[in-house]
Design a protein around this ligand. Structure first.
Ligand code: HEC
Ligand code: HEC
Length: 283
């Protein structure tokens, strides 16, 4: 099995290992004032797997990087503005907006992105930001749930992420969240599809290498939601997971499924210590 995965990887890698570089050494300062940590020591739970963490930003071209360095250039900011409007607009049978209960997003949502997915005691489950937003919509506003990886949801999570930019990702992996985290870890190391590749085969064993025309990163989600130049819209982390699983020619899990929620918690925890960058810009 191991041999087949190595062969699949070798076939996908565009250049021999020696010929390719790792992350670049550029520094990310947004709007000339938010200093982002794009490189830091890996958390203890990654002992033996990774020693240093790098944000995906460090693997992008200078042109793509520049788009994330100033909000006037960041194409995702249009969606943040749209979400601010949605935040202030009443919806559903209760006649309430997000603002009716949460006030100003800049105050009430500061720090929130950095700790999600997070255990919710009352619900007895690990909740993603998307699940929490839909819980508020359905159970507190009497409004329809948004599509899990749709545009309204991605925009709202972008608005919420902006309030945490520059703060370190800090998801809890112990206590009641541990079982979900373990499940996510197992998925991360499972080889899927005809290519028999796991997330780790690409993002842990081969980051820094070129795969087809793409510079492989460590696959962190500190920059989500992400504006992709490829599809010119905001993308959720679950949509990205789906694309990566499909690339191994496997059946994929659905956005919002228990498997992807667990995977999100695990992948988020691999980035503990990197700055929240969302909404980021990628190719
Ligand atoms: C009727 C009041 C009400 C409305 C309206 C409401 N929420 Fe909430 N929201 C709450 C309460 C109460 C909690 C805490 C719930 C919990 O911990 O289970 C919460 C929690 C949250 C959290 C998690 C915060 C944290 O610190 O973990 C987010 C994010 C959130 N709401 C987003 C939204 C968004 C976005 C909207 C509009 C689409 C919205 N809420 C509308 C009452 C509301
Ligand atoms: C065949 C190799 C391959 C496999 C297997 C793979 N990915 Fe990816 N992934 C990529 C490539 C290529 C990109 C785009 C370049 C980059 O950001 O690394 C990418 C991007 C990502 C990103 C976006 C990173 C950012 O900073 O925007 C995330 C998150 C991600 N992958 C997670 C996963 C997860 C989780 C799995 C396992 C379910 C997985 N990937 C499996 C190749 C792979």
């Amino acid at each position: 099995m191991k041999v087949r995965a190595m062969t699949a990887i070798a076939a996908l890698l565009a250049a021999p290992l020696a010929a390719v570089a790792g992350p670049d050494s550029d520094e990310l300062v947004v709007n000339g004032e938010i200093n982002m940590v794009t490189q830091t020591e890996a958390p203890a739970h990654l002992d033996g797997a990774l020693s240093e963490l790098y944000s995906g930003w460090r693997f992008r071209s200078d042109e793509t990087q520049a788009l994330q360095m100033d909000d006037f250039d960041n194409p995702a900011m249009v969606f943040v503005d749209q979400a601010q409007e949605a935040w202030d607009t009443a919806d559903g049978t209760e006649g309430k907006s997000c603002a009716s209960c949460h006030g100003d997003a800049a105050d009430s949502m500061a720090g929130v992105r950095a700790v999600y997915p997070k255990w919710n005691e009352a619900a007895g489950e690990v909740r993603t930001l998307e699940a929490q937003v839909n819980d508020c919509r359905e159970n507190r506003m009497g409004a329809k749930a948004w599509k899990y990886d749709g545009g309204d949801m991605a925009s709202m999570t972008a608005l919420i992420s902006v309030q945490s930019r520059g703060l370190p990702v800090n998801v809890a992996i112990d206590g009641p969240a541990q079982a979900t985290w373990e499940m996510g870890k197992e998925i991360y190391y499972t080889r899927y599809g005809q290519l028999e590749l796991s997330c780790a085969n690409c993002h842990e064993d081969n980051y820094g290498n070129m795969i087809r025309a793409d510079h492989l990163s460590q696959g962190h989600i500190n920059g989500f939601p992400t504006y992709r130049l490829k599809n010119a819209k905001l993308n959720t982390s679950h949509a990205r997971f789906k694309g990566c699983v499909r690339d191994t020619r496997a059946e994929t899990f659905n956005p919002g499924s228990p498997e992807f929620v667990a995977l999100e918690l695990y992948v988020a925890s691999r980035g503990n210590g990197l700055s929240v960058e969302g909404p980021s810009v990628r190719n």
